[in-house]
Design a protein around this ligand. Structure first.
Ligand code: NAD
Length: 499
């Protein structure tokens, strides 16, 4: 990996985003678009065209034609080896993907080079492996004439899949959907987040280089409601919508998909609890809490915003976490010393700062942070906030109940296991939780009682990609990952043959 001192010096990718429709990069004809702003310093990266009805329609039609044409006719072996080559090409262009992602998001290159880009490639290899081993069921049955019948399941691709993705882990979360969709024989139209258009565009270059047939992977840029996102989810040529983003947008997308009864797979927001028992290894728990609260500037759906610490170690835990947070260096993505980047945008910064103000208004003790940091002059136009810890808020403060999606958490003491399970579950969300304890029985007992899609014991963010991933309650519908992705990306037909 060779990060240039200035990410903009990296020559290998286009700064102006493009739609990618039927294998061709195009600015479209809507005449609309917006400037893509780098959140590190507020500077302009390039232009992003906004798709209108015509571009959305062209992308969906291209995806349909590919499904019924070259892609649909391709053997599983050819399809999967082509997708393995997509992964290899992402790795060959690692520095381009890394620079594009860091420019769009402002996240530290040290993070993106370990998580975002490698996982972006791995999402293709992992699902090609799954696709190669998919089997179906067969049930022989007796019939009155004695000849019998065979019922066997056929899995077909679902069709044209709309992929709508967020800005926090743009390549990783987009390929988490595109990988299985293509491996299982579907075609896709992707609508990346308006804040992070570059890596989805760059993936179009990879598809062409590898020789993926035109129309298999399409990208249209735009906003959500009343823009390209909504047009895509409402398009009758789309057979299913897979979405990662906020719960509010998930509700809107579900409504759009209701027309025509199209299935949805929804990975949504959270307000995840972290439970720290007094019998934990406190240094490991602090390190885990540190990563789960502040990684990616707290803009991780699986991140922790509510920490519950058992009373005997409450003060010690808060003091250790405070010291670790205060050692965090805010800075440019390419600086290896940078531990935290900015918020994704000025708009999001304002939202996060509104919770910082609300915490104070609700009587919080600000343990650390709570304001806008002093940054060097060249970064003053960036969307920076201080990493922040509060204590002392009531359980019904919006700071404790609503998803902030920033580098902050509230820490509350608890006494009993029963009490903390109740507190952790007292939320409409159910995405993730983490539990820190050295007591094995307690770990299993508490883990089984938390109403979440994933529960970590003495860890965070660790996951084998073959496991089921998704949210309970308002955090989502459906599970993806490994064979679980078959449920959404394929349609099952039972063929009953009378012998
Ligand atoms: P968002 O919901 O604002 O936007 C996500 C995407 O949906 C964007 O591409 C946006 O343009 C599009 N969109 C919004 N409204 C739409 C509509 N009506 N029709 C079609 N498309 C629409 O979310 P965000 O701010 O980009 O991302 C942050 C949110 O994502 C947080 O709530 C976070 O918890 C969630 N998230 C969840 C997961 C998960 O796996 N559960 C992962 C990452 C992020």
């Amino acid at each position: 990996m060779n990060i240039q001192t200035d990410l903009r010096a990296q020559a290998g990718f286009r700064r102006d985003a493009s739609h990618f429709i039927d294998g061709v990069f195009t600015q479209g004809n809507s005449g609309k678009g917006w400037d893509n702003i780098c959140p590190v310093d507020g500077s302009r990266i390039g232009f992003v065209p906004e798709a209108g009805e015509a571009e959305v329609d062209a992308a969906v039609k291209a995806a349909r034609a590919a499904l019924e044409g070259a892609w649909g006719r391709m053997s599983l072996a050819d399809r999967t080896s082509m997708l393995a080559e997509v992964a290899a090409e992402i790795n060959r262009r690692f520095d381009d993907f890394l620079s594009a992602e860091c420019l769009d998001t402002g996240k530290p290159a040290s993070l993106a080079s370990h998580i975002d880009i490698p996982r972006g490639a791995a999402n293709f290899t992992m699902f090609t492996d799954v696709a190669k081993t998919v089997s179906t069921e067969c049930f022989p049955m007796p019939t009155p004439d004695g000849a019998g019948a065979l019922n066997y399941g056929l899995r077909r691709p679902r069709g044209v899949i709309a992929v709508i993705s967020p800005w926090n882990l743009p390549l990783l979360l987009m390929t988490w959907k595109v990988g299985p969709a293509l491996a299982l024989g579907n075609t896709v139209v992707v609508k990346p987040s308006e804040a992070t258009p570059l890596t989805a565009t760059l993936l179009g270059e990879v598809m062409n280089k590898v020789g993926v047939p035109k129309g298999v992977y399409n990208v249209i840029h735009g906003f959500g409601g009343n823009s390209a996102g909504q047009m895509l989810t409402q398009h009758p040529g789309v057979n299913g919508v897979t979405f990662t983003g906020s719960t509010k947008s998930g509700e809107n997308i579900m409504r759009a998909a209701a027309t025509g009864i199209r299935p949805v797979s929804l990975e949504l927001g959270g307000k995840n609890p972290g439970i720290i028992f007094a019998d934990c290894d406190i240094d490991k728990a602090v390190e885990g809490a540190m990563r789960s609260v502040f990684s990616n500037s707290g803009q991780v759906c699986l991140g922790t915003e509510r920490l519950y610490v058992q009373r005997p170690i409450f003060d010690a835990f808060v003091a250790k976490l405070k010291a670790t947070v205060e050692a965090l260096k805010l800075g440019r993505p390419e600086d290896p010393a940078t531990g935290m980047g900015p918020m994704i945008s000025e708009t999001h910064r304002k939202k996060v700062l509104s919770y910082y103000a609300r915490a104070v208004a609700d009587g919080a003790t600000v343990v650390t942070g709570g304001a806008v940091p002093d940054m060097p002059a060249e970064l003053a136009g960036g969307a920076w906030v201080q990493p922040t810890i509060w204590t002392g808020l009531a359980d019904d403060s919006p700071v404790v109940t609503e998803e902030i999606f920033g580098p902050c958490c509230h820490i509350r003491p608890f006494d009993t296991e029963e009490e903390v399970i109740h507190l952790a579950n007292a939320t409409p969300y159910g995405l993730a939780a983490m539990v820190w304890t050295e007591n094995l029985s307690r770990a299993h007992r508490v883990g089984s009682k938390l109403q979440v899609g994933i529960c970590w014991i003495n860890s965070w963010f660790l996951r084998d990609l073959r496991t089921a991933f998704g949210g309970a309650k308002a955090s989502g519908i459906g599970r993806e990952g490994g064979v679980h992705s078959l449920e959404f990306y394929t349609e099952m037909t039972n063929v009953c043959v009378k012998l």
